[in-house]
Design a protein around this ligand. Structure first.
Ligand SMILES: [Zn+2]
Ligand SMILES: [Zn+2]
Length: 383
């Protein structure tokens, strides 16, 4: 890429803008400012649509805000870099990731955490410095989303939120690793550390739950139980390694945990809650194995939701309960490993991509996901 005509100057390009809660995105021209110190400007190749984009499009109250450029699963090429940036150069293929990894703070240098303290993760409408790089043609500020904002031909992202990757992986597969698929695979691989031969129960077989199944399959789990309200999820789940299924609508008076405990002879080694419901976290905890069972929380519940666990049970069962943001993955070091495992034909990413559209048809991608017809729809910027 020759950036001699654009570097240091604002770029006018096309973007999909969320103007009003719940309304279709609007394709408009926007102005993207040059990157400031510590930032890079990225030419987006493609994005994939994640449920969180729709959640924030539909949300009427804060943390929702409009007008905003959504999109946070993507891949692109560095167009120019801001002052002081040495880790990236023009032409690098990169994946922007909502979870910061400064690579320098106490947490980023520890292999026990993926929660940066220099740039703590938050749902902010701004860049880390509290400002925006986007304006519309009338000069109105457009808000950022999850430090990424990828439904645009160009975006600006802080280097803490950018991972350099090997361009050998096709863009339509690389973008998946920005959020959902990595979160699920990482939860099994990093957060739970699922071992070969173990038993896994997954509450909710949406994209994240299916990615957990893929991760558990990759780790050699032998029994992978999918749990969902939609019985059709069993057939889909099988392609991702699900071996057994519980249709929650056919449980009758019995508790889910009772059924899973029975199926696993005393509890699953690893339980994953992928729905975002406190009562399901409690069910998952109740059916992970005493002594060594781990329950991993991935679902996003309503703000203020509380868990109720008996402290007697916590003491007497020795089970672990942990939360897993971005699957416990450290973006800069773990994403390249996942890419290598894809290239080595171990990690199967292809089956997650069910549809592909152009930026002009981005609202079709939203409809497909809302109707439950797609897992991941890739949105191409240039096609
Ligand atoms: Zn850090
Ligand atoms: Zn996401």
């Amino acid at each position: 890429m020759d950036n001699s005509t654009t570097s240091g100057k604002p770029i006018r390009c096309r973007a999909a803008i969320a103007r009003k809660a719940g309304e279709p995105l609007v394709i408009e021209e926007v102005i993207v400012a040059p990157p400031k110190a510590g930032e890079v400007r990225i030419k987006i190749i493609c994005s994939s649509l994640c449920h969180s984009d729709i959640t924030f499009l539909k949300l009427k109250d804060p943390p929702a805000c409009f007008p905003r450029i959504l999109g946070h699963e993507s891949v692109g090429v560095v167009e120019s870099v801001g002052d002081g940036v040495t880790a990236f150069v023009e032409g690098d293929t990169v994946v922007p990731i909502f979870l910061p990894d400064c690579a320098e703070c106490r947490d980023c240098t520890s292999n026990k955490s993926n929660l940066c303290s220099t740039f703590p993760f938050k749902v902010s409408p701004w860049m880390h410095d509290g400002s925006s790089r986007f304006t519309d043609l009338k000069g109105e500020t457009l808000y950022h989303f999850l430090f990424v904002s990828s439904f645009t031909e160009y975006t600006v992202v802080h280097t803490a939120n950018v991972t350099k990757i090997d361009p050998v992986i096709p863009p339509s597969r690389a973008c998946l690793l920005s959020c959902g698929v990595s979160t699920g695979v990482g939860a099994a691989w990093r957060s739970a550390n699922v071992e070969a031969g173990s038993t896994v129960a997954i509450f909710g077989l949406g994209s994240i739950g299916l990615a957990v199944a893929e991760g558990a399959r990759l780790c050699g789990a032998t029994k992978i139980i999918g749990i969902d309200v939609n019985p059709e999820k069993y057939e889909i789940g099988k392609r991702f390694g699900v071996t057994d299924f519980v249709d929650t609508r056919s449980c009758g008076e019995r508790r889910l945990s009772e059924i899973i405990n029975e199926m696993t002879g005393g509890g699953a080694d690893y339980c994953f809650e992928c729905v975002g419901k406190a009562s399901l976290v409690e069910e998952a905890y109740a059916c992970c194995r005493k002594g060594w069972g781990k329950t991993v929380v991935l679902g996003v519940d309503k703000p203020g939701a509380q868990l109720t666990l008996s402290s007697f049970e916590v003491l007497h069962t020795g089970k672990a309960l942990l939360g897993s943001l971005f699957g416990g993955l450290k973006p800069k070091s773990d994403i390249p490993i996942l890419i290598k495992r894809y290239i080595d034909q171990e990690l199967e990413l292809d089956k997650f991509v069910t549809h592909e559209v152009s930026l002009d048809d981005i609202n079709k991608a939203i409809d497909l996901l809302l109707e439950g017809k797609s897992l991941r729809c890739v949105i191409w910027m240039d096609k």
